[in-house]
Each structure stands twice: as structure tokens, then as C-alpha cells.
Design a protein around this ligand. Structure first.
Ligand SMILES: *Cc1c(COP(=O)(O)O)cnc(C)c1O
Length: 464
């Protein structure tokens, strides 16, 4: 076989990709017919493709490249760690410096008494760990029937069987079924589902579904509630201000465990180290991954409070773990990523510079005829596309058709912006500068204009 390199013609790479590579969350045959866009290098917030185009990455990869691409410090740390200790496990009463140092650093950054880290290789794995943690906790406490986990429709918690079951996406559930003992309540998506209620009243009502579900199933059967502080893959749904305080009140009142899935919102995304700080949530467990290593290495974990760690630790073996739990190279790289974030004050940059600068321009997108609402927290944002802002109407035909068309225009204009249904979403690297934000916004406007022109050409009415 010939060596496959960056210098091969794009069409040849695409043909090999189509012949041998199965892509996640992708219609294989459709992609094979079209050919994947092949990314060859990246630096800062900029991707380069095999045709030499420079693309601004409004999604930080998959919400993960918080410090931007191509930092040499991380390459150096990885190389050093591979030479010193390329691998060792942490199963049978052994440990190693990178896992120790990273766990201690995470405990220092995490709020409250979240002082213990169980490492995984990804966010999905960490959520699988969480299912075992909360069920095991109640079993040791003498309440083994407390097994049900309440989650939310259109939540995303990964795509392993456990993570995908916690998530509330029917498309994933249909792919092979789901675990027993997980139930879903409605999401706090006011734009789509709020009807005539104010966002505040709607947020409260959606949170109160948790209480109704607990009473319906019996609190003696409920182990935990899990939610993302801000739904990411569900479309960057920033909940009304009334939502999380009510969820917290209900979890406290009934003594059920609260899991905050911080895989996206952790490590600076919302302008604090954790989204739980931004929204005033006091979780017993946090799920982390993505920004933990800025995506340079696959690593995730569960940050666990004193009570749960002590109870589980005091009751014999916890029969769970991954070969790569706390992998030394991944841990060393994550630690270096966190060092850079702290020394370069990346979270402060989001809070004091990038968010305020982007917020004005993002809000101004509602001046565009297609944009009904524009939401932003820290550096995660979404806009709702609609044919009628006043009635928050949906487009005729399949949901997501217009969002997909808009994403295609963005990609053609060298901007990565994703669509979820007819919402467009961004989550750029946290180090994005005001000048780069200008480029992102300029390309977004151009793409929206082209999308609008396309809709008009096909005869779709857009309310003035
Ligand atoms: C991405 C994501 C996950 C899954 O993480 P993987 O590393 O892809 O397994 C879990 N929860 C949330 C909120 C995510 O955004």
C-alpha cells in the first residue's frame, strides 16, 4: 500500500475515506457520494483544508479546543511523558504522577467539596461511570431500590449505551435501544416550546416537571437527576433564569443526587471555570471531558463530592474502570492545558474580553430577517432561524432543512458553524480575539444572506 499523506490529491483521500472509514453521526452513503472535507492542519482558531482554504472554526472542533490548536507546549509535554512513562494503569494499588497531579489540580479548580476524580477516556465513559457511582452509592446506603435516573429530552450525555440512554435524543435511542431505569422530562427550550408563557414562568414549569416525576415514581426509587448546565448538542439551549434554582431546590428537598454534565460547560466555556458556577448549581458529581485537555488527548472523568467518594471508597472494591483511566500521556497533556489556561488567564479573557465583544455582535444578528433570537453565555451561542419572528414559527417541511442549508453556506464561506434543527450554534476556541470575532460575524452575516436569498428563490415567505 502506498503511504497516505497530506500531499495526496483531495479526491484520492476522499475515495479512500469513503471506501474504509465509517464516520460518526453521518449518513455514510450520502457523504461517500459528496466527499468529506479534509482538514490537514490547524493553528489557533484556524483550520486549513486539503485545498489550502483557511477556515475559522466557530465550534472549537467539537466544543473542545478551548486553548486553540497547535500549541507546542502540549506537544513537548506529550513527547516527554511518552519517553518517561508512556503507560501504566491505576487499577491494582498503583498510581503515577500525571494522574495524581491532574486529580489534585481538578480538585483545586472545582467548586465546593468536589474533591475526587475518577478518570475515563471520554465524556460518554464518564457518564457511564456516573450511572454506576450513583446506583452503587444508594446500594451501600441501604437503599438499593434507588436506581432511576431522571434526565431530559434533547439532552446529550454521549453515545455509549449508558451515555446515549441518559441523553434524550430519540435518534440515538432508536439505534440499538436504551438502558432500563432512565426516564426523561421536558427540556427548558422556551423558543421552541414556551408558547404564550414568559420565559421565566416556562423555566419554572419545566423545572417542576422534576418534582412531578419524583412524586410519580416515588422518591424511594430515584437515584439522581442529570443535566447539562446549558444543553450543547441540543442546540445551545440557555435555560431561563428561573430553571436551575428550582431544579436545585427540588434536588435538595428530596435528597436526590445532582449530576451536572460539564463536558462542554467545564473549563471556561461560560466565563467561569464551570457552568455550575455561572448558573448557581451545587452538583454532587460533575462530568468532564472535552476542554479538560482542549481536545489534544482523549480524556474525561467524574468529579465526585466527599460524601459519595467516602461512601464508595469505604465499601470494598468499586468494580469499574477503564484501561486508560488516568492515562499518563493524556493526564500530562491535560495538566499542561490547565497550566496554560491559568497562566494566560483564558477564563478571564472569555469573561472580560471575548464574551462582551461577541455579545453585542451576536445580539445584532437579530436584525437579520431570518434570525428570531440570539442567545449567548460566555462563548457558547445560538440563533434561531424562523420565517416569522413574532410567532416563532417553524419553516415548512422537515425541521432542520433550513439550518442544514445555512450550515452549508457557512462551510462554503470558510466558517464552521453547526446547525441543530433550525438553530445555528457556535462555541469557538476560548482564545478567539476581537479581530477573529469580526471575521466570524462577517462570514455568518454573508452566509445568512445567501441562505435568505435561497429561501426567497424557492418561494418561502419571510415575515418582515
Ligand atoms: C460531547 C459530550 C459528551 C460525550 O463526550 P464524548 O467525549 O464524545 O464521549 C457528554 N456530555 C456532553 C454534555 C457532551 O457535550
Amino acid at each position: 500500500m502506498t503511504t497516505i499523506t497530506n500531499h495526496m490529491p483531495t479526491a484520492e483521500l476522499q475515495a479512500l475515506d469513503a471506501a474504509h472509514h465509517m464516520h460518526p453521526f453521518t449518513a455514510g452513503a450520502e457523504l461517500a457520494a459528496k466527499g468529506a472535507r479534509i482538514i490537514t492542519r490547524a493553528k489557533g482558531v484556524w483550520l486549513t483544508d486539503s485545498e489550502g482554504n483557511r477556515i475559522i472554526d466557530g465550534m472549537a472542533g467539537l466544543w473542545c479546543v478551548n486553548i486553540g490548536y497547535g500549541r507546542k507546549e502540549l506537544a513537548d509535554v506529550a513527547a516527554r511523558q511518552i519517553e518517561e512513562l508512556s503507560y501504566y494503569n491505576t487499577f491494582f494499588q498503583t498510581s503515577h504522577v500525571p494522574a495524581i497531579a491532574l486529580a489534585a489540580k481538578i480538585a483545586e479548580l472545582a467548586p465546593g467539596d468536589l474533591n475526587h476524580v475518577f478518570f475515563a477516556g471520554s465524556g460518554s465513559e464518564a457518564n457511564d461511570t456516573n450511572i454506576r457511582l450513583v446506583r452503587r452509592y444508594w446500594e451501600i446506603k441501604g437503599q438499593p431500590e434507588k436506581r432511576v435516573i431522571i434526565a431530559r429530552k434533547n439532552g446529550y450525555h454521549g453515545s455509549t449505551l449508558g451515555g446515549g440512554s441518559l441523553g434524550g435524543m430519540s435518534g440515538i435511542h432508536k439505534n440499538g435501544g436504551m438502558l432500563a431505569g432512565i426516564v426523561h422530562i421536558d427540556e427548558p427550550n422556551w423558543w421552541d416550546q414556551g408558547g404564550d408563557a414568559t420565559p421565566e414562568a416556562f423555566g419554572l414549569a419545566r423545572a417542576q416537571q422534576l418534582e412531578q416525576k419524583i412524586l410519580e415514581m416515588g422518591v424511594e426509587n430515584i437515584a439522581a437527576f442529570i443535566g447539562e448546565p446549558v444543553q450543547g448538542a441540543g442546540g445551545v439551549i440557555i435555560p431561563p433564569s428561573t430553571y436551575w434554582p428550582e431544579i436545585q431546590r427540588i434536588c435538595d428537598k428530596y435528597g436526590i443526587l445532582l449530576i451536572a454534565d460539564e463536558v462542554i460547560t467545564g473549563f471556561g466555556r461560560t466565563g467561569n471555570w464551570f457552568g455550575s458556577e455561572t448558573f448557581g448549581i451545587r452538583p454532587h458529581i460533575m462530568t468532564i471531558a472535552k476542554g479538560l485537555s482542549s481536545g489534544y488527548m482523549p480524556i474525561g472523568g467524574s468529579i465526585v463530592c466527599d460524601e459519595i467518594a467516602n461512601v464508595i471508597g469505604g465499601a470494598g472494591d468499586f468494580n469499574h474502570g477503564y484501561t486508560y483511566s488516568g492515562h499518563p500521556v493524556a493526564a500530562a497533556v491535560a495538566l499542561e492545558n490547565l497550566r496554560i489556561m491559568q497562566e494566560e488567564k483564558v477564563v478571564e479573557h472569555v469573561r472580560d474580553v471575548a464574551n462582551p465583544y461577541l455579545a453585542k455582535k451576536w445580539a445584532a444578528l437579530t436584525d437579520h430577517p431570518l434570525v428570531g433570537e440570539a442567545k449567548l453565555v460566555g462563548l457558547m451561542g445560538s440563533i434561531a432561524l424562523t420565517p416569522n419572528k413574532a410567532t416563532r414559527a417553524r419553516f415548512a417541511g422537515d425541521q432542520g432543512r433550513v439550518g442544514y442549508a445555512c450550515r452549508e453556506r457557512c462551510f462554503a464561506n470558510n466558517l464552521v458553524m453547526r446547525h441543530v434543527g433550525d438553530r445555528m450554534i457556535i462555541a469557538p476556541p476560548l482564545v478567539i480575539t476581537p479581530d477573529e470575532i469580526d471575521v466570524l460575524i462577517e462570514r455568518a452575516w454573508k452566509s445568512l444572506d445567501e441562505c435568505l436569498a435561497g429561501l426567497k428563490a424557492e418561494g418561502t415567505q419571510i415575515a418582515a
